[in-house]
Design a protein around this ligand. Structure first.
Ligand code: NAD
Length: 226
């Protein structure tokens, strides 16, 4: 989805010093956006009211992020993984007042892969299935949020193997196998830019909404409808 980038966003960022936070600031500022609120562990810089807050941090930051969105009456784009039921219920409450986009993966390739899985899952009904996901050695949660999302798209319990090694940005392989053949589908993020482009699309989407709880699929669908 290539949208003209004529809008400059004044955004807040939770997890500003993290790997995703740094990449988000680099990409957003290359497009003329301004980070007007920065939060990380022990750091809170509030320069002015953000139009949207972006959270790529840790589950223990999320309740405070919700409070910041309430304080500024602004929407939220949240990519932090390993959220619990309680986090989701607080995010849904917030979405009764402002727009919230939540996704465990903001890359367009994973959104397409999810659609492929949903469409073709029934063909593999009688096959064994499993997933292997590989991430960098600093990733805290396992299995990854994306693996959980892909499993949900498949609609059945499957074994998931998580490997943490080196600096890999994110690799997910779904394996279908019967006694005679194997089908593998792999998505590989080549850099964090794969996610960050989607985060900005979601931030622009939030600017056009009054309230509601949305996924990255909703962001992509709204772009396709234009
Ligand atoms: P990271 O560890 O490099 O960065 C996390 C940052 O959040 C750190 O700077 C840390 O100090 C900060 N932080 C932690 N707790 C905080 C708190 N209570 N308040 C404020 N700041 C806090 O991790 P990362 O690779 O940047 O990933 C961040 C999150 O985003 C993880 O949950 C990761 O799984 C997720 N992620 C999601 C996607 C997606 O597309 N949805 C893509 C990549 C990463």
């Amino acid at each position: 989805m290539n949208r003209p980038n004529t809008v400059n966003i004044r955004y807040g960022l939770v997890g500003a010093n993290g790997k995703m936070g740094v990449e988000i600031q680099s990409y957003f500022s290359s497009l003329g956006d301004l980070c007007v609120l920065r939060k990380d562990r022990g750091v809170l810089e509030e320069i002015e009211r953000p139009q949207v807050i972006i959270d790529f941090s840790s589950p223990d930051a999320v309740f405070e992020t919700v409070e910041l969105c309430r304080k500024y009456s602004c929407g939220l784009v949240i990519g932090t993984t390993a959220l619990t039921e309680e986090h989701f219920s607080r995010l849904k409450e917030l979405s009764e007042h402002v727009p919230v986009v939540q996704s465990y993966n903001f890359s367009t390739g994973i959104a397409i892969l999810k659609r492929i899985i949903k469409e073709y899952a029934s063909y593999f009904e009688d096959w064994d299935a499993a997933m292997v996901e590989i991430h960098h050695n600093q990733k805290k949660d396992a299995p990854s949020g994306t693996a959980k999302m892909l499993k949900q798209a498949l609609g059945r319990e499957i074994p998931i193997s998580s490997i943490r090694v080196g600096g890999i940005f994110g690799e997910h392989t779904l394996i279908f196998s019967n006694s005679g053949e194997t089908v593998e589908i792999t998505h590989r993020a080549l850099s964090r830019r794969a996610f960050v482009i989607g985060v900005r699309n979601a931030a622009l989407f939030v600017l056009g909404k009054e309230k509601g709880f949305f996924s990255y699929d909703d962001v992509l669908e709204s772009a396709q409808a234009r």
